[in-house]
Ligand binder design. Sequence first.
Ligand SMILES: [Ca+2]
Length: 161
Amino acid sequence: MKQRYVVGLAIVIAIGLLTQVPFGLMKPQEKQDPFTSILNMLQSINSKLDTIIELLTPEEPEGSAPVVQSVEVQGDPVVGGLVYLFITVHDEDAGQALDINTKFIQLPPLSSASLIPSIGLTPAFIPDYPGDYGLRVTVTDETGQYDNYELTITIPEPSPP
Ligand SMILES: [Ca+2]
């Protein structure tokens, strides 16, 4: 009877040890878990917020704005003549693609003149009425920085034949 009791007790202790040891090992972790996991969660939220803020903050344009250096009027500035511009542009930042766009900001009354092409360094048009043709040349670089240049071409009244 005594032996049986001892064996039984030994089994109980063994089972107790086998189950308690893993629990014992896990207990310190369990105690840390809520704090550690909240800390980890906050750190992860913080880094995610940093990423979101980075994504939402508009990037500072890099480099400098391009410049319209000069616009020369070429061709035949009379009614029915072909007028074209010779534009020179410059950008300090090497290798940036530049978009050059020209449009009318003023036309003589009744005029339906149009710029063909309106993009590039040599836009052209045919004046259909005498008067003032106001033009705006805009150069834009890859970062969206731009420069405007405005000029007025005055087309004289056609001289009687
Ligand atoms: Ca630039």
